[in-house]
Design a protein around this ligand. Structure first.
Ligand SMILES: NC(=O)c1ccc[n+]([C@@H]2O[C@H](COP(=O)([O-])OP(=O)(O)OC[C@H]3O[C@@H](n4cnc5c(N)ncnc54)[C@H](OP(=O)(O)O)[C@@H]3O)[C@@H](O)[C@H]2O)c1
Length: 363
């Protein structure tokens, strides 16, 4: 049996689901002749590290306790086995051995995690990301990450096979003409509600009430999260683009960005009339509005598009994500991937799938 050390940054919703899934899949791991062992867990200011590099790493009972501890909103540093830390690179140094995998399930800024990735690359460790930020910052970090074993399936469409599908298309010599995606469950919900006749402000309020939006809905309506995913798709396609080259349409007027959250909610219905007119003009042509990321060699755009009601994107309803790949081989009808594009369990499963793949390439 090969023991593969896991050094995990982030013990939030996805991080905790991932620990549970790693513990629950010992049998599946054994089938491939390996066992994942946690050697370090870190949150924003603390860590728990396996005291020795024993085969078992952190014990199952301790991991289960840490999952509960974090679910209760406590800090790792305050756990009896925890300590304060602010140096993720040092954690990579002390907690790994050859074949280790560093997993980033934080939403930390690229600069915060970059030194740890540099260390992982120096040591030949694998890297798995659910965090989009390291992949959407400076291209030098993109190149560093790609200089060794790397997977990042969950950054686009959570557990859906989006990046792996794109990789396979490229690796097998297909020519990818266009990738189109509805990549935000929140904005998908809002667009479906508009189609069903609801006003824009009412749709956003309902999405908020159902817990589909971030606490400040502008974080969804700005389109920036979709833009990050579009940039990851573009870079995977081989286009060396940066965030500032993307055309991104926010779903609110520019002056709303500076409003307090209360003022934003109070003025949201000012957007209704224009949105209703766009819905009506699309409907007159047999189209519906969708918030679409459009990626091709011509560039990347992120915003509202009128698409035929019968098209895959037009037929999409609710919070599902949909990604369509138009290629030389899938020319007449695109290859389509669809399903839940958020949620801690599917996201963690995407990360775990990446870990299974790296376990077979990192030695
Ligand atoms: N949730 C989803 O459906 C979904 C889907 C696709 C992708 N993702 C991505 O997955 C990542 C995790 O999402 P989540 O929902 O689990 O977020 P979350 O619940 O907010 O958890 C984030 C975790 O990262 C830790 N963290 C933040 N900064 C850190 C740092 N500098 N060093 C170490 N740890 C740090 C936080 O520490 P504290 O506990 O100390 O705050 C927390 O444990 C995000 O990048 C998100 O965009 C999520």
């Amino acid at each position: 049996m090969r023991y593969i050390p896991i050094i995990q940054f982030g013990v939030g919703g996805v991080g905790r689901a991932l620990i549970r899934q790693v513990l629950a899949t010992a049998e599946q791991q054994a089938r491939y002749g390996f066992q994942f062992v946690y050697t370090a867990l870190a949150d924003s200011d603390g860590a728990v590290v396996a005291t020795r590099h024993e085969d078992e790493g952190l014990a199952r009972a301790l991991l289960e306790d840490l999952v509960e501890w974090k679910a209760a909103g406590k800090r790792l540093a305050e756990h009896p086995e925890g300590y304060w830390q602010g140096d993720l690179a040092a954690l990579v140094d002390v907690a790994g051995w050859p074949g280790a995998i560093v997993v980033d399930v934080t939403a930390a800024e690229a600069e915060t995690v970059a030194p740890a990735f540099q260390r992982a690359r120096d040591l030949g460790y694998g890297i798995v990301l659910a965090n989009k930020k390291p992949l959407t910052g400076d291209l030098r970090l993109w190149d560093l990450l790609h200089a060794g074993p790397l997977r990042y399936e969950s950054t686009v469409g959570a557990g859906l096979p989006v990046i792996s599908t794109l990789r396979t298309l490229l690796d097998t010599g297909d020519s990818v003409k266009q990738v189109q995606g509805a990549l935000s469950g929140t904005l998908g919900f809002v667009m479906s509600a508009l189609e069903a006749g609801q006003s824009f402000s009412a749709a956003v309020r309902e999405a908020h009430r159902l817990g589909y939006t971030e606490p400040d809905p502008r974080d969804d309506l700005s389109g920036m999260d979709v833009a990050r995913k579009a940039l990851i798709l573009a870079r995977t396609l081989g286009l060396p683009l940066s965030m500032d080259t993307l055309t991104v349409e926010p779903l609110y007027p520019p002056d709303f960005a500076a409003l307090s959250r209360d003022e934003f909610w109070a003025r949201l219905d000012e957007v209704d009339a224009e949105m209703q007119a766009r819905v009506a003009s699309a409907a007159a042509e047999g189209n519906v509005l969708r918030y679409v990321a459009d990626v091709s060699e011509a560039g990347v755009s992120v915003g509202v598009q009128a698409v035929p009601r019968e098209s895959p994107l037009g037929a999409l309803r609710g919070t599902d994500n949909l990604i369509s790949f138009t290629t030389a081989r899938y020319a007449a009808r695109p290859l389509v991937v669809q399903g839940a594009g958020a949620g801690v369990d599917v996201t963690a499963a995407g990360v775990l799938g990446d870990m299974f793949q790296l376990a077979q390439v990192c030695r």
